[in-house]
Ligand binder design. Sequence first.
Ligand code: 3UK
Length: 512
Amino acid sequence: EVLKFAPVFNVAVPFIDRHLEEGRADKVVIRTNRGVEVSYAALAENVNRCGNALLDLGIARGERVIMIVKDCAEFFYCFWGAIKAGLIPVPVNTLLRAKDYAYIIADSGCSAVVYSPEFAAEVETALDQLESRPSHCLRVEGTGGSLQTLIASASAELQPAPATAEDDCFWLYSSGSTGNPKGAVHRHRDMVVTSEFYGVRVLGIRENDVCFSAAKLFFAYGLGNGMTFPLWVGAGTVLYDARPTPQTVFETIEQFKPSLYFGVPTLYAAQLQALETGSSDLSSVRLCVSAGEALPSDLFKRWQQKTGLVILDGIGSTELLHIFISNREDDINPGSSGRLVPGYEARILDENDNPVPQGESGRLWIRGDSTARCYWNNPEKTAQTMVDGWLDTGDTYILDRQGYYHYCGRNDDMLKVGGIWCSPFEIEAKLIEHPRVLEVAVVGRADDAGLVKPEAHIVLHNPDDAGEDLETELLAHCKSGLAPYKYPRWFRFVAELPKTATGKIQRFKLRS
Ligand code: 3UK
């Protein structure tokens, strides 16, 4: 099934401007934990103002605007203002470190970097490291040329830049196994495809829904949950601008009464633990969603027992923009990823690229109209991953006789930790910097809830250094230079690492 688009199509029109014609001008679309409320009319006006503010800086058609922005109303203004003005917004993970930002800013060749003051230390360190700074680096809030002050003084009238559904629209960076992120280039049509096929047809999202995504807007998952799906149907969204904990998530749900709640398995596990000793009123929620990593069936069952709510597990990716295989409210197979979402096709292939027999495992390829056009600046990776409209997910899957897809793991060494990519090589590179460390291998290990976390196997220069003091020191060392979710949860000091005759570390031996 394919969606049809008008020959001239700027996606900001159906997502933002359409609501004024459909009588939603006064409806509140955004509520935030800071007490901000934004109507559809104010949203459309601020999108225009922000688009004009960016154009007034001299940023031209097709140029990139890097956004290191917390979940707040300005995220919407900047993202949609850029798109409406024909610029390319690039939301970036706000948990990264200076080194990561320096890489992404240079790789994107962006004209502007917009950042929330909360992230100033890492972002400004990155800017100082660059050979050439982007022309415009501005904070979202604050005095003296912040995005907010520019928005306030820019014109409220903006004509959408003419585009087609196939034109580049926005990018999202996804981590690679080397630690260097890759920019997935998405087109104008992609958000329409995910909203219509997953949002409307799988979730059944409608105008009276209120969404709350614990996953932030800078993830493709959060971007759909907390922004595009509600905007597509004229619904509402709740934004929470700090780190989600079981406590703050429960408080937010009680205060704002969302009908759709989007989390990741690690958070559901932590929430269940919190419910052992406390309680929470989740009566506003009609459906819970999980993605980012596999939801163990035990977590599904315990959540249902405790809250009476089902969690719909679905697999999505940055490259496909959102979920392409999913469980449904009336069709749940706990422990599986569910069935194909309409609009997507799947193939499971063996090492020779032949389809595997029914019931056997192989590499999952997906085709659908929300697939990224390419990775920016990376023709080799694009050619490997995107072939004849098909996308190599990098995941191993089994399709059973009933049409359910079962996740069996990754084909590379990449880990999902709390639903976020984590490269074992990046953690190893950090640990090896430490003077007492001779060799290290990081692998994924499942915790008590069945969720994978990094485990470091370490050979020391002097085995006598092993002990709790050194663990504490290595932990602090990792936390100082890596994104906060990337530290090893376990340290194992070993005499040697298992290796092949040619000296390659045998990670599978460490995993078992
Ligand atoms: C893994 C899952 C098993 C899988 C994402 C929803 O996670 C998202 O995007 P990323 O690019 O990672 C993609 C990879 O993550 N994965 C995601 N969900 C599941 N594995 N069960 C799941 N339910 O390895 C996949 O290839 O960070 C999730 C919507 C949009 C997204 N971008």
